[in-house]
Design a protein around this ligand. Sequence first.
Ligand SMILES: [Zn+2]
Length: 368
Amino acid sequence: MTRGESLIHDFALLHDGERILETGSWDNIKNGFTGEVEDLGDVTITPGLINAHVHLELSHLQGRTVQGQGFTGWVKSLLGNPLYDLNEQAVREALLGMKQTGTAFCVDISTRNCAAIAGIMDELSMGFYACCEAIGLQPPKDGAKFFPSREFRHGHAAGSGHALYSTAPELLKAVKKADNDAGLTFPIHLAENEEEDEIVARGTGVFAEMLKGAGMLADCGRKGQSPVEYADSLGLLDRSTLAVHCVRVTDRDIETLAARETNVCLCPRSNEYIGEGRAPWEKILNSGIKTCLGTDSIASNHDLNMWNELEFLLKNINISLSAQDALALVTTNGARALNIAESYGSLEKGKRAVFAIVPAHLEDLLFA
Ligand SMILES: [Zn+2]
């Protein structure tokens, strides 16, 4: 995944367990090398995968929500569960499964259990953003902190915004500033479904009433704007924001996201699972927007396997992507979007010694 380099055959990667010391062809590297050698056999390896959107807090909710009935129906079924009773065992198992399928870094969004999940990710050597999600209508107090300043070995605590309709605009702006001041990218769910369109444009709809009843309906201006237009008017869109979902984006919205250099995280299987439709992947990718992929939570997906996420996209997209461009969605692009390219996104000297093995059944799809 190094710029300008294509597939390298007979590839060898020298590492000390932490960092990559050298890469190249085995023929060159083996001269004078005396350490332990692991032969992976006839496989293709890629940089460790980046899952740019997951909610590990919901790991105990597999199969506990309805599918294909749209966002309001999905949220109702979600709320029928004990959402925030952290099941550490389920989180650990989810993380081990992610690691086994090649994920080396994830952006985790947590509403209540940010610190606990950060600790588990660090312990299991998963690279991470542990985002404490900002939600609610209270504007932040002066000097408010949105995430702990604790140092971790493998990741960072960060803040994220839930959504335009559920989080006070002043709060979204303040959390974004705190992230960006810390050199981190600000994630927010954006333009996910038609409910959001309606609330942002007019403040109406069944979901709006639900939120209002719970005292959680943010005033989005009701000026007929699209979520992207409204987010832009708040100054939330720039190259240090990760807009998650972007299912409901017009051509003009895509132009705006591209012009602001906002990063986009697509969650194709989650959108399908919930029944929200799908993002205009082709237009988004053709616009040059830096795009990465996320699984979203196990409460809206079948698994947290990034290869399956990529496979679903590649099998359903109407343009052909080069292997390089397809793999960038789960490696390089996420690394750049999240400002972690120093350690992730490519197999180069000095970066973290993490890689993924392309599943055999995906080789044809990627390298045909
Ligand atoms: Zn999400």
